[in-house]
Design a protein around this ligand. Structure first.
Ligand code: NZQ
Ligand code: ZN
Length: 394
């Protein structure tokens, strides 16, 4: 089916060297008078970025308060702390300085300030948020795409539930992207980010529709390009061109562009990874890489044409004797790519060895979080996901 779609991407992008110099001007332009500076465990302090941003806010005479300590797979408790602080201080704009975790924590705080009641209700899908405090992002890692997405993923550390909530009201007003800021990343985070970026287009690419050729070619080019530059970054982390290519791809891969006409795609890998992240606190992109091959082998027979197209146009393998062989070559080529950038292709390589009981908990949790089944190529139930997690053990 050739489906209708909506495309909404309101975030103003300021991209390139020294882009962060425009931060205060953008806060002002979008009406911020009292800002929450929200950041993580200290990388932005060590790099001097935080001080530069504070200086620019001082120059524009914009008041601010700070809340640090966002952890990867951001916690609900920090969100509650931020909501309290914003209410107490009369904050009217949130500036996220960091990666997906900081941006998502900011979005959740924004929901909590702008709506009554417990913010976790949104992540539990009990009700919809009506509004969100305006926010902007100064991005320091190319990965999650939260700087342009309508997504927000929070972990309730009390019960290990990691849950996503999508709503257009949380989209950032602006995103400042200076590729140079990503050069201080540990190699593992750079690679994990690249795996996540590719997956955001891949999850949209794999679906059961009669896809728009325009969307397919954008998606395929994006995935090839990130694979190319991720391999370069594995050897040359200071390569500006590679940093810039990956950073821009990171935003385009998750701002909806590669999802036009895909009827949302198949997000089973993401949904299954969120369970792993909630239980074992792994880097998100690495978690995705560890599951993808097993997922692909489990579902490919239900979408042979798409998997064959992916093998030929994205991993660029030679055709095999039949579609099955071509597809397996494509999956292997993708796994080879993950290994080339030091990403895992199994849970064992990820450093996770779940018990049978933990696998069942994750599979069941995923079914519940997805409202009945994960993905669309084969709508995966608990029993399917148990098999995939088992296949992914390694
Ligand atoms: O906390 P600090 O000290 O800043 O260190 C961070 C963190 O340890 C570090 N880092 C970031 N920029 C750096 C840096 N270290 C040195 N130099 C820099 N320039 O990197 C580590 C990871 O940061 P994090 O923000 O967690 O990474 P990422 O952007 O991959 O975000 C992952 C989170 O986003 C969610 C994931 O599930 C995960 O919770 N996602 C959000 C999405 C969305 N909102 O649309 C979609 C994604 O699919 C994803 O689920
Ligand atoms: Zn992701």
């Amino acid at each position: 089916m050739y489906v209708n779609f909506e495309y909404y991407t309101p975030t103003k992008v300021i991209f390139g060297k020294e882009a962060e110099k425009q931060t205060a001007a953008q806060v002002k332009r979008f009406g911020g008078t009292k800002v929450l500076l929200h950041y993580g465990g200290g990388s932005v302090v060590r790099s001097g970025l935080l001080d530069r941003i504070k200086a620019s806010l001082d120059e524009e005479k914009i008041a601010y308060v700070e809340l640090s300590g966002v952890v990867p797979n951001p916690h609900l408790d920090k969100v509650y702390e931020g909501i309290e602080l914003c209410k107490k201080e009369g904050v009217d704009f949130i500036l996220a300085i960091g990666g997906g975790s900081v941006i998502d924590s900011s979005k959740a705080i924004g929901y909590g300030v702008a709506n009554e009641g417990d913010v976790w209700d949104f992540f539990d899908h009990n009700r919809e948020a009506k509004a969100c405090l305006p926010l902007g992002a100064v991005l320091t890692i190319a990965a999650a795409g939260s700087e342009m997405s309508n997504g927000c993923v929070i972990t309730n550390e009390k019960n290990g539930q990691k849950r996503a909530y999508d709503n257009d009201v949380c989209r950032a007003k602006f995103a400042i992207m200076n590729p140079e800021l990503t050069m201080t990343l540990p190699d593992y985070q750079t690679a994990s980010g690249c795996a996540d970026i590719i997956m955001h287009s891949m999850e949209r690419y794999f679906n059961q529709n009669d896809n728009y050729e325009m969307t397919d070619v954008i998606s395929e080019a994006l995935m090839r390009n990130v694979m190319k530059y991720a391999r370069i970054l594995a050897k040359e982390p200071d390569n500006y061109k590679a940093r810039a290519e990956v950073m821009w791809a990171g935003s385009l891969s998750h701002n909806g562009l590669t999802g036009c006409g895909t009827d949302n795609g198949d997000w089973a890998c993401h949904n299954m990874e969120h369970e792993v992240g909630g239980m074992f606190n792994v880097a998100h992109g690495a978690g995705l890489a560890s599951l993808w091959g097993s997922w692909a082998r489990y579902v490919h027979h239900a979408a042979m044409d798409r998997f064959e197209k992916f093998a030929l146009n994205v991993t660029c393998v030679e055709p095999g004797a039949d579609a099955e062989e071509t597809i397996e070559r494509g999956i292997r080529a993708m796994e080879q790519f993950y290994h080339d950038i030091n990403m895992p292709t199994s849970l064992k390589e990820l450093g996770v060895e779940p018990t049978a009981e933990q696998i069942e908990t994750m599979a069941h949790g995923c079914e519940v979080a997805c409202g009945g089944a994960a993905g669309c190529i084969i709508p995966l139930k608990t029993a399917d996901m148990i098999k995939i997690y088992e296949m992914a053990r390694g």
